[in-house]
Ligand binder design. Structure first.
Ligand code: PLP
Length: 406
């Protein structure tokens, strides 16, 4: 993409014009949450001011319009991820809730001694729900290690499968290392052993095209707020054959067929898994975020972000004292790093004083930090609206921070 195109995109994000510490802000915390374009914000305002009514409950016009908008967005998501039916698209509060749903509901069929395969690079959202299940049922967690570049040890992954394996759950892209995992091959192998898979796509969905039919995964989960959409909305894709068998996750309104004090029947998919009033405004506005991504084009987004990654990482490697964690051959636009023995928080504060917003700490991946033998990292992560000029501003700020820390 040329600068004029990126400038046009940037105009959709007024927040990018902010100043921090008296300087032009450089926002490089996109892995935590991306900024939201005007088209999404305007849609949210329009929905609140012209369309708000509870969904699936009313015969009145407003309720029917809002229900249509919510369900149109579900169809948009279906198409976007290439699911075969809207029954396979469940709205949740985010990736975290989607994984909790699968662990609690699909996991209710597991018994003591059954094994679930995870990887050492998982976000806590793909560890703790399985540990809660472990506490309830006595399942065993097996963990795939990484090599020095931060790539999964695929031989070890294969070797962990045995007759007790009931599930494999792994991220598509690591939120710390940026590693893009070979999830299609991993799924293929798991299926060859009769094991279903869940893919945590929280960090992949903003940067890669997602095709659940091609991946053939059993579950795929992601969050709207990381892909230019509203906060508080997530998606669980699940194969219909599993979702039909699974018990509801939560009980309440919207997810029922008939209720008596003696017996309750449940609604059909996808509503069986959507208890209570959903964030129908956010769900409807998510469709605008998908429009935004589709208008720019995922291939152009990915190639622009890759250019930023290569440009920045190469120059960071030349700064004395900087150590980068995660140098996989297939890597997303995320750079985790440390400088000498300095604490990530000190570095983060020195960058913030120069207007550069990066994330510091364990990034909700404490087991990975233990594996790397570090307390945390500083993480710079890019989105479509970042520019090479901003990469230079970040590099300059980093050099100043390094000089101060020395
Ligand atoms: N999985 C990964 C890989 C993530 O990076 C994150 C968030 O950073 C999550 C799960 C949790 O996402 P959310 O907090 O939106 O539920």
């Amino acid at each position: 993409m040329d600068l004029a195109e990126i400038e046009a995109i940037r105009r959709e994000f007024p927040i990018l014009g902010r100043e921090i510490a008296g300087r032009r802000m450089v926002y490089l915390d996109n892995s935590a949450t991306s900024q939201t374009p005007d088209c999404v914000v305007k849609e949210i305002t329009r929905l609140y001011t012209h369309e708000k009514a509870n969904v699936h409950r009313g015969v009145h016009t407003l309720s029917q319009e809002m229900t249509d908008l919510q369900e149109k967005s579900r169809e948009h998501v279906r198409k976007y991820i290439n699911a075969s039916s809207i029954e396979e698209v469940i709205f949740t509060r985010g990736t975290t809730e989607a994984i909790n749903l699968v662990a609690a509901s699909f996991g209710s069929r597991f018994k003591a001694g059954d094994e679930v395969i995870l990887t050492v690079m998982e976000h806590h959202a793909n560890i703790v729900p399985w540990q809660l299940l472990q506490n309830r049922t006595g399942i065993v967690l097996r963990v795939v290690d990484i090599n020095d570049r931060g790539e999964l040890d695929i031989d070890q992954y294969r070797s962990l499968f045995n007759e007790k394996t009931v599930m494999a759950s792994f991220c598509h892209v690591s939120n710390v290392l940026g590693t893009i995992n070979p999830v299609k091959e991993m799924t293929e192998y798991a299926h060859s052993r009769g094991v279903p898979v869940l893919i945590d796509g929280a960090q992949a969905s903003p940067h890669l095209s997602i095709d659940v039919a091609d991946l053939d995964c059993d579950f795929y989960v992601f969050s709207s707020h990381k892909m230019y959409g509203p906060t508080g909305i997530g998606v669980l894709y699940g194969k219909k054959k599993w979702l039909e068998e699974m018990p509801p996750y939560q009980g309440g309104g919207e997810m029922i067929g008939k209720v008596t004090f003696e017996h309750t029947t449940f609604a059909d998919l996808p509503f069986k898994f959507e208890a209570g009033t959903p964030d129908f405004i956010g769900i409807a506005a998510l469709s605008k975020a998908l429009d935004f991504i589709e208008d720019v084009g995922m291939e152009r987004i990915a190639s622009h972000e890759h250019e930023l990654l290569e440009y920045t990482q190469k120059r960071m490697e030349a700064i004395e004292g900087v150590k980068i964690y995660g140098t996989a051959k297939e890597k997303d636009a995320v750079i985790s790093f440390l400088v000498g023995n300095s604490h990530p928080y000190d570095l983060g504060l020195l960058l913030d004083k120069q207007g550069v917003e990066v994330r510091t700490g364990h990034h909700c991946a404490m087991p990975l930090m233990d594996r790397l033998g570090i307390p945390g990292t500083v993480r710079a992560s890019f989105a479509v609206y970042n520019t090479l000029e901003e990469a230079d501003m970040f590099l300059k700020a980093l050099q100043r921070a390094v000089a101060i820390l020395e």
